[in-house]
Design a protein around this ligand. Structure first.
Ligand code: NAG
Ligand code: NAG
Ligand code: NAG
Ligand code: NAG
Ligand code: NAG
Ligand code: NAG
Ligand code: ZN
Length: 461
């Protein structure tokens, strides 16, 4: 029912007078796409849709009814705007719930700690866990002090130079978020707290997924704000004894049905071959899931809206897929790949925008040198908006299985230096995005999708 409230304003925006152009040249088509989304009837529409979704439905945790509401809303707008083959494909997804949660510093003073339970974590039980704390900065340090960790709450406080290398820091720091609990449990710890994987912090904790090694007991796992992780570290350096009370109701319920949402513009002469554009519709349950990954999902939808409103069809089919449950490990996308594996030979490229839709510089691309040359040529069609850069690292969680099979992949190259300031936190709201930049991002996405779909051949692999 929720979509009924939303559909009217969106349709009124998208149906402003739209021109139709006859048989333009490839460059002319790119120019039309860029013009339509930066100056024409689609200017601001992607941001409008994103804000309507993020404000009205809010965050869309895997397994929560809000994710299904988001799928219904987008699907209904897609159908009413006239996109082709709009449908959902069922997948089985996990259903983790956070419940109530809190952490309190008991010693050396009483204070509320800024925490967020991690996805997949177990709860503490009704009495919570009160225990002394051991702070470590690395797995090596924990191994060296393993005996000290017994019956304690282990706090992981990994250090990294986030300012100069935000993307390079994420992986190494996330290793503690995802694997810290089992490392701590191996040493007999009672719970695990980890420093947020964040580049900046205003005492806001950042959540994310964790996993358990089945060899060790499952202990509760949560993130702490950067500030509180550092404070605990300083207590320990001063030899002050630290005690924390942790209470978490988190639990994993039985799996539920989720939906990957699909829409297409069928190819004119090679409808059996495909260019896939995508983002994930699910998010964490804090903030609004606007940046991660409402923006990526919305620009992928906009690609189809632009082509449809210009009445332009590439040789190949352009398919938009909005993935379900990326945040728990590309769950919906993995099942999509299994169901569509027969399309590996006919998939020209898989594109996923999941690293922000800030001011775009161009494309991150993963493929052979020969296909990279083709991408370089296409990049010149983005000169008017100065988004011609082509750089490596076109990977993405949801497109991973395709890339492993040799299908070229791409991601949006954008000014995402602040991505990890907002990521998985209450700060991931519509406010961090900019309508003008989202339009430019959508232009980059649409120009590449169309140009690749209209090449004489599939991208070489
Ligand atoms: C969905 O999330 C809301 C808000 O956190 C919560 O109240 C509700 O119980 C959740 N529903 C499910 C099915 O997990
Ligand atoms: C903390 O204790 C250790 C080991 O007893 C000692 O070497 C160190 O100097 C102490 N640090 C402070 C700040 O008191
Ligand atoms: C798609 O169909 C065309 C014409 O029917 C054929 O030539 C082409 O090989 C097909 N593509 C793939 C990847 O099978
Ligand atoms: C074009 O973008 C590059 C970054 O990709 C930037 O360094 C340059 O200043 C931009 N040029 C203009 C004219 O905006
Ligand atoms: C691809 O290009 C890179 C950089 O130009 C070069 O180092 C590499 O050898 C090339 N790979 C192949 C397989 O030609
Ligand atoms: C959005 O970005 C544009 C272009 O960079 C800039 O002119 C504008 O002021 C920004 N808008 C907001 C609200 O920050
Ligand atoms: Zn994401």
């Amino acid at each position: 029912m929720l979509w009924l409230f939303l559909i009217l304003p969106v349709i009124s925006v998208t149906s402003r007078s739209l021109k139709v152009y006859d048989k333009p040249t490839p460059t002319a088509i790119s120019d039309r796409l860029i013009e339509l989304v930066t100056q024409g009837a689609f200017r601001g529409v992607t941001y409008y849709r994103l804000a309507a979704l993020a404000d009205t439905i809010g965050p869309r945790l895997c397994g929560n009814e809000s994710l299904t509401q988001a799928v219904d809303w987008v699907r209904n707008v897609m159908i009413s705007e006239g996109l082709e083959n709009v449908h959902v494909e069922q997948v089985e997804i996990p259903h983790w719930i956070r419940g109530e949660e809190r952490a309190r510093l008991i010693q050396p003073r009483y204070a509320k700690l800024s925490m967020l339970g991690l996805g997949n974590s177990v709860g503490t039980g009704p009495n919570g866990i009160q225990a002394p704390v051991l702070v470590v900065r690395s797995f090596d340090e924990l191994t060296a002090r393993c005996a000290e960790a017994r019956n304690k709450i282990v706090v992981f406080n990994p250090q990294c130079d986030w300012i100069s290398q935000p993307l390079a820091c994420y992986g190494p720091v996330v290793a503690y978020r995802s694997g810290g609990a089992s490392h701590a449990a191996k040493c007999g710890a009672l719970a695990s707290l980890s420093r947020s994987a964040a580049s900046h912090s205003i005492d806001s904790p950042h959540t994310g997924m964790m996993t358990y090694d089945p060899a060790y007991p499952k202990i509760p796992a949560a993130s702490l704000s950067v500030e509180h992780a550092d404070m605990l570290d300083r207590f320990q350096q001063r030899n002050q004894s630290i005690e924390i009370y942790l209470y978490m109701e988190a639990q994993t319920l039985p799996n539920v049905i989720g939906y990957n949402l699909v829409a297409e513009i069928k190819g004119s002469s090679l409808p059996n071959e495909t260019v896939l554009v995508s983002g994930h519709l699910d998010s964490w349950d804090v903030g609004q899931g606007a940046m991660d990954d409402g923006g990526g999902a919305m620009i992928s939808w906009t690609v189809l809206s632009l082509l449809h409103s210009l009445n332009i069809r590439a040789k190949r089919t352009i398919r938009c897929v909005l993935w379900s449950c990326e945040e728990f490990g590309g769950i919906g996308a993995d099942q999509y790949f299994t169901a569509h594996e027969n399309e590996v030979p006919s998939m020209s490229i898989v594109m996923e925008s999941d690293l922000g839709v800030f001011h775009p510089y161009g494309l991150q691309f993963k493929g052979t040198n020969e296909s990279q040359k083709i991408i370089q040529t296409i990049s010149q069609q983005l000169r008017s908006i100065n988004a011609t850069q082509v750089v490596p690292n076109g990977e993405g969680t949801d497109i991973g299985p395709w890339l492993e099979r040799g299908v070229p992949g791409a991601s949006l190259f954008n000014d995402n230096r602040n991505y990890f300031a907002y990521h998985h936190s209450k700060g991931d709201t519509v406010n961090v995005l900019n309508s003008t930049d989202i339009d430019l991002a959508a232009a980059v996405w649409a120009v590449y999708a169309y140009a690749i779909a209209d090449l004489d051949n599939l991208l070489p692999r």
